[in-house]
Design a protein around this ligand. Structure first.
Ligand SMILES: [Zn+2]
Length: 360
């Protein structure tokens, strides 16, 4: 069923106007500048160093585990800071540069073609809406929305979900993309079969990823060590990606519009719902903001996905003030710890009650 937002009101016009005035005052460039190029160089160097030490230098098992954790962290940094902006076309003014940066996801084991539908359309158009936003569906094991069915074992999900986040990236690398290529379609989003060029890029990405993650290391290391590195770096990537998503959307304060068959059409306009279905966290933590590519400013990202993430800290004061003026709920957890606590309590609540509505 199609979700229809109410027509845009004064909030969206006011916030867009003030953000436009801000960009006019700083030269008008909404895409990335030298700052994102520097971040790209640092993240790529971080990954190459970790990978090179893992594969080409003989190390003890504990050292290899630490280096694999480092590699997983570097992969996450590339995903947040390079691929995500490229995929949103906010990395550069040039389309080819954005596509190249988006392709970095394929080197990390995920298809940038399917990501575009899963993230840009399914998630960004319908955040936290069951049946539409694929990111809030993790299979029957977890209940991440009050509009999804609750099973008896969900009452323990606030305990057992954490280690499952570790499997998110490996599941994507080994299963999800191959499922998509056999039967395209992500939640309610129609996904066309990849055209020839995209299909070639899909398989090129798979050859490069598995060649770099498995093939090349097997020439220098025993299979058990290659498996250890693959699983530890994948688990690190999964925990980091999963946590950032959950803290930005799966918290008690975020809203969950009902899915198909429920309150459709929506009771709000697009911009208001984008703000109220997301939450910021740790916005004063500059290291966190650097590492997660500004995704701790999730509200600003959802309102302005085609603005490079390096601008979000500057936009947040504008967005927060306009939200207050127009009575739009703006949630910002001061620390990661506060957001983790909110996610934990929300998981427990969803597991124990047939909650109807999140914002309580
Ligand atoms: Zn995004």
């Amino acid at each position: 069923m199609k979700v229809t937002y109410l027509p845009s009101g004064t909030f969206r016009a006011a916030v867009e106007q003030e953000v436009a005035a801000y960009f006019d005052s700083v030269g008008g460039v909404r895409q990335g500048t030298w700052a994102i190029h520097l971040k790209t160089a640092i993240a790529a160097t971080w990954l190459l160093l970790s990978y090179g030490l893992l594969v080409f230098v003989h190390t003890s098992t504990p050292t290899a585990v630490l280096l694999a954790i480092s590699a997983g962290g570097a992969m996450a940094a590339i995903g947040f800071n390079v691929q995500h902006d490229g995929g949103h076309r906010s990395y550069s003014k040039r389309r080819s540069v954005n596509r190249l940066m988006a392709f970095s996801l394929d080197l990390l084991g995920g298809s940038s073609y399917f990501w575009n539908f899963k993230h840009n359309i399914a998630h960004h158009t319908y955040p936290n809406i069951s049946g539409h936003d694929d990111d809030i569906y993790v299979g029957p094991l977890g209940r991440l929305s009050p509009n999804d069915r609750r099973y008896w074992f969900h009452r323990f999900q606030h305990i057992y979900m954490w280690p499952l986040y570790a499997l998110l990236a490996v599941k994507w690398q080994l299963l999800d993309d191959f499922r998509f290529i056999i039967a395209p379609g992500i939640a309610s989003t129609n996904v066309p079969r990849p055209p020839p060029l995209e299909l070639a890029l899909f398989w090129l990405g798979k050859v490069l990823f598995f060649g770099l993650a498995i093939g090349l290391p097997l020439m220098y290391l025993p299979p058990s060590r290659v498996l250890l590195i693959f699983l530890v770096s994948g688990a690190t990537l999964g925990i980091v990606l999963g946590s950032v998503f959950q803290l930005a959307h799966c918290v008690k304060e975020a809203d969950y519009a009902c899915g198909p068959g429920a309150s459709v059409p929506m009771d709000r306009d697009w911009a208001t719902y984008q703000v109220e279905s997301a939450a910021n966290f740790g916005c004063n933590n500059r290291l966190l903001t650097w590492f997660v590519g500004g995704l701790n400013f999730q509200i600003e990202h959802h309102l302005f996905p085609q603005v490079c993430h390096t601008h979000y800290p500057k936009l947040s004061a504008i967005v927060e003030r306009q939200c207050r003026t127009h009575g739009v709920r703006y949630t910002s957890h001061p620390t990661v710890r506060a957001a983790l606590g909110s996610h934990y309590r929300w998981l427990r609540y969803l597991g124990q009650r047939d909650a109807i509505h999140a914002a309580a």
